[in-house]
Design a protein around this ligand. Sequence first.
Ligand code: SF4
Ligand code: SF4
Length: 436
Amino acid sequence: MSETADDPTTGTHDHAFDATRPPSRELIDACVHCGFCLPTCPTYVLWGEEMDSPRGRIVLMKEGLEAGSDLAEMAVHFDRCLGCMACVTACPSGVEYDRLIEATRPQVERNLERSPAERAFRRLMFALFTHPGRLRAATPFLAAGRALGLTGLVGRLQRFPRMRTLARLTPPVPARAAFARLPELTRAQGSRRGRVGLLQGCVQRVFFHDVNTATARVLSAEGFDVFAPRLPRCCGALMLHTGYEPEARDLARATISAFEDCELVAVNAAGCGSAMKEYVNLLADDPEWASRARAFCEKVRDISELLVEVGPAAQRRPVPISLAYHDACHLAHAQGVRAQPRELLRAVPGVELMEPVEWEICCGSAGVYNLLEADAGEQLGQRKAQNLLATGAEAVAAGNPGCALQISTYLQAVDRPLPVYHPVQVLDASINGSRL
Ligand code: SF4
Ligand code: SF4
């Protein structure tokens, strides 16, 4: 039987992968097995297992294209991959592991028989986190649980690591902040330089409304009208990065439609930005949407990219603070954006920027990874917290909501809590005089 060909009479296949966009043989063959990526791979760093390294996973992908391969045996290693893309940054041969794992995950979700409990947990996460309305509705109950000490109790449950992680990660957001709304239009101040769309996000708009507000204020002060529509409710990043392709496609179409008349689209969540730049691959086979996705991807910018690209217009005032800069993987590795946030922060008088060791190693958040693979997420969270504390900085700067939650949780766990700011909040404090 040919490579991954489905049997047209039965619809079955005797390969781990089916014939719908399997990982590309050509991309797989680009790996020369040199191992340069291994020290940057969080799961290899934790366990030292070849099959939990980028090189090992690429070998498994190759096997998955062969007749007689068994998905159940290899899926555990794909599930354990954080999708952090540190291996993409490290690889001297330019292996596109990002495209490989993103072709592999939907194969796993289509072809692996997960247990009913596992399926239900995954569905529950998406049903909650990607619906801001539901997440908002849950915040009074979460606040009550905290007041009664229930979240602390659940947070100590050793036998239920997922519940423990969920309880620990839930931030103490007051209902007032969770229900606050960003205006759909914020007008430019001073000379108008253009119009920018701003993605509100799902988790971001409920748990980090202050980051969205700061983003709109900074863009406005820099001379842009800011269009922040209520829809899409979510850009689909959590689904895309977990292999739930049909759901991710629906949300990608909604996101493209919402911003089609914008010249630029700003994103302040690294995971969302990286997903939105991937729509071009996600919708490549859709005749109606492929060209719209391509045009859309060209307009998407992380907020730090956009601000550096247009240059400063507003005056910066001093913000005396030392900050440990945390590279969010979906910004540094997936989008290659490392210089811009540093440039923006260094341009603020009074900011002292500090660099933690192991910048390239993921904090363990990785979308919903810390909930699905709770033990690994916890170990990586503890490791990152220690590395950030070792800088001696007064606060942490991180451009992704998942990283902010994860880092805060594990700093708190060692009784050394530090504030975690999005870089745009530091800029807002500098330009608009808001409080950090
Ligand atoms: S992915 Fe790149 S760095 Fe890693 S083993 Fe293959 S060629 Fe080497
Ligand atoms: S994406 Fe991250 S976890 Fe996955 S193989 Fe690459 S370095 Fe390892």
